[in-house]
Design a protein around this ligand. Structure first.
Ligand code: NCD
Length: 303
């Protein structure tokens, strides 16, 4: 593996290997000699709390130096092209570039033009992919239920604009999941359901939850929408919000996941987010281990 841009081309064995490696790092805590002397650059053109911070913590726990490039204060704000920025940063000798951008496939474009000794890691591009989130969601589920073939997994919310939903589906399908249900109001369903081949699609959340082992809630990504949703937030919550009453339609002990940031009272009730079935903070913790695994995989074997 030279870069990590999407999970689409990873096999079950590749994903299992990364998750096993993440588990090993979780047990180990840190391994500061592994990437000592390496430099990881976080290049985030979109806001982030969890992803940027956990890449930074992961890199430091492996002994790498981390630079957080401040896009808003950089020369890209003075009109410097992305490729000029890339080559400028590369000239300072870096080993990995962690990129988040609102354009689909921008990380692939940088990977095509990057020096052969630089690994590009996609930390979320447009609505297309968020591979480390897909991996950490798979790890969070696998810690309690490794039998993906038998799981019913519901993803509810703004599927249309969600790179998380896309990478989750790639990871879960590769691991053998057969019953993945996507649920959203029409305006938030994907325009091209071909992208989600094999998934059931519904606008009825109550019936989607019937028999669910896992439910993943997604935020409405208003920043990616061109038109306002027909519903007000309160009406959205009534139809698509996960509250305790609705969670009871799922199997007892159904896991509740959310990639964050959560909007309490819009897509999820506060007591469910904080409740016994919530795995949201496990996801955050697993994010560090997964990112350690990805950085180690891409960088440790290189000269
Ligand atoms: C998500 C993202 O940025 O794609 N968050 C994350 O990385 N944990 C989802 C979101 O912004 O709603």
């Amino acid at each position: 593996m030279r870069h990590l841009l999407t999970l689409e081309d990873l096999s079950r064995a590749d994903i299992t290997h990364l998750l096993d490696r993440a588990e090993a790092f979780r047990a180990l805590g840190q391994q500061r000699d592994l990437l000592a002397g390496r430099t990881v650059l976080n290049l985030f053109f979109e806001n982030s709390t969890r992803t940027r911070t956990s890449f930074e913590i992961a890199a430091r726990r492996l002994g790498a130096d981390v630079v957080n490039f401040d896009v808003s204060r950089s020369s890209t704000a003075k009109g410097e092209s992305l490729l000029d920025t890339l080559h400028t940063l590369e000239a300072m000798r870096l080993d990995a570039l962690v990129v988040r951008h609102n354009e689909n496939r921008l990380p692939d474009y940088l990977a095509e033009h990057a020096r052969s000794d630089v690994a590009v890691i996609n930390a979320g591009d447009g609505h297309r992919a968020h591979p480390t989130q897909g991996l950490l969601d798979a790890l969070t589920i696998r810690q309690r239920r490794a039998d993906f073939e038998k799981l019913t997994i519901v993803i509810c919310g703004d599927i249309r604009h969600s790179r998380v939903a896309r990478s989750d589906v790639h990871a879960f399908a590769a691991l053998g999941a057969k019953d993945i249900r996507l649920c959203a109001p029409h305006a938030l369903l994907p325009e091209d359901t071909g992208e989600f081949r094999g998934c059931a699609v519904t606008e009825d959340f109550d019936s989607a939850l019937d028999g669910a082992d896992v439910v993943i809630m997604l935020r409405i990504q208003k920043e990616r929408m061109t038109a306002a949703l027909p519903q007000a937030d309160e009406d959205y919550f009534t139809q698509y919000g996960l509250d305790a009453r609705r969670l009871a339609f799922a199997k007892p002990g159904c896991m509740v996941l959310h990639p964050g940031p959560i909007n309490r009272g819009v897509e999820i009730a506060g007591d469910v987010a904080d409740g016994a079935q919530s795995r949201i903070l496990d996801q955050v913790a697993n994010g560090v281990s997964v990112r350690m695994a990805v950085l180690a995989e891409l960088l440790a074997s290189r000269a």
